[in-house]
Design a protein around this ligand. Structure first.
Ligand code: ATP
Ligand code: MG
Ligand code: FE
Length: 337
């Protein structure tokens, strides 16, 4: 089957074409208007999606060498995400499905982050444990099959991506700050500063305390020395990054042990973090895990991951009525929380 997939849940407008499970094109347009605001401004995101969606879809079809008339279904991100942003992709996909008289497929964005592992080899075998770390989520998920997933732990407050972005904002870095912290951290000493770890029950996470502790730390140090930040950027970034990574790895080890799973994956925007990738690789070697780390282009938001999820839903005839609407808080089926 030939499918077109559209992603518009946050600040990436993206379209991809997939043929029988093989991604043929994946066009991603990242909105730059949010940089100076220190976070995504929902109203500006919707407007940028509206401006970008037609050229992005055209380019995806063109690169794949596919005419609209050849499509067997159109997929879109149904949620979770920003309502106004989701509506742009959703409405576009609906109109297209109706005009072409083909089925519509509604995709869960978090499920898609995980299934990004099935775009290319090596693909994990089932069941596997996935740590999904992104701008809005931090989840531990047992993946039984492409369409059966179970959330066994998640954040009680901020997502780890948010912790990266908010600490970066405190340091005056533009949005998204995660990749910048990653870059500075490479030159720094991760043991230079100590940030307290907040302990959370079971397999859940908490990151809002770290953000507050970081803010207080920065205020105190800058009071002593106004040039503290300029002088110590790499050490500060390496230390905060290390703290966040250790919290993730600790719960990941706990979950793997509790559920007796040795096939471990990471997904979502923060899985692009080089410190996390290296740390997981090392931990995996030590423990004899099979570790799966996504290619960089499939970590942050992209339509290829929506397309591969839609491929499995198409095979299962899991279609969406044309009356369907976006759901900003869409959950997995079978979610425990
Ligand atoms: P969600 O998927 O939860 O709806 P989202 O789609 O906004 O949220 P993603 O696009 O998956 O999130 O990821 C974006 C996040 O990833 C941002 O918080 C960004 O800072 C973070 N990120 C991207 N690259 C890196 C990196 N190298 N190091 C740390 N964080 C990173
Ligand atoms: Mg984004
Ligand atoms: Fe995402």
């Amino acid at each position: 089957a030939i499918l077109l997939a559209i992603e518009s849940s946050c600040d990436e407008t993206s379209a991809a074409v997939i043929i029988d499970g093989n991604v043929k094109s994946n066009i991603v347009s990242t909105q730059e208007v949010h940089q100076k605001y220190g976070g995504v401004v929902p109203e500006l995101a919707s407007r940028a999606h509206q401006k970008n969606i037609v050229p992005v879809v055209d380019q995806a079809l063109q690169e794949a060498g596919i005419e609209k008339s050849a499509l067997d279904a159109v997929a879109f991100t149904k949620g979770p995400g920003l309502l106004g942003a989701l509506l742009v992709g959703g409405s576009f996909a609906k109109s297209m499905a109706q005009a072409l008289n083909i089925p519509l497929i509604g995709v869960n964005h978090m499920q898609a982050h995980i299934l990004a592992h099935f775009i290319e080899d090596p693909k994990p075998s089932f069941p596997f444990l996935c740590l999904t770390v992104s701008g809005g989520h931090t989840q531990l998920v047992i993946v039984h099959s492409p369409l059966e997933m179970e959330v066994i732990g998640e954040t009680l407050d901020d997502a780890v991506g948010e912790a990266f972005d908010k600490t970066a904002k405190i340091m005056g870095l533009p949005y998204p700050g995660g990749p910048l912290i990653d870059r500075y951290a490479k030159e720094g000493n991760p043991k230079a500063y100590d940030f307290p770890e907040v302990s959370t029950p079971g397999l859940n996470f908490s990151f809002s305390g770290i953000k507050t502790a970081f803010l207080n730390f920065m205020r105190k140090e800058v009071q002593k020395d106004p040039d503290f930040l300029e002088k110590n950027m790499p050490d500060i970034c390496a230390s905060i990054q290390q703290t966040l990574i250790e919290i993730l790895i600790k719960k990941l080890k706990k979950a793997a042990k509790q559920h007796n799973i040795r096939s471990i994956a990471i997904a979502g925007g923060v899985s692009a973090n080089s410190g996390l990738r290296e740390r997981l690789q090392a931990e995996g070697e030590k423990r004899g895990w099979d570790v799966f780390i996504p290619k960089f282009e499939y970590c942050t938001d992209n339509a290829a991951m929506i397309a591969i999820t839609a491929h499995y839903q198409y095979l299962a005839k899991d279609f969406e009525p044309l009356t369907s609407s976006a759901n900003p808080r869409l959950k997995f089926e079978g979610t425990i929380s």
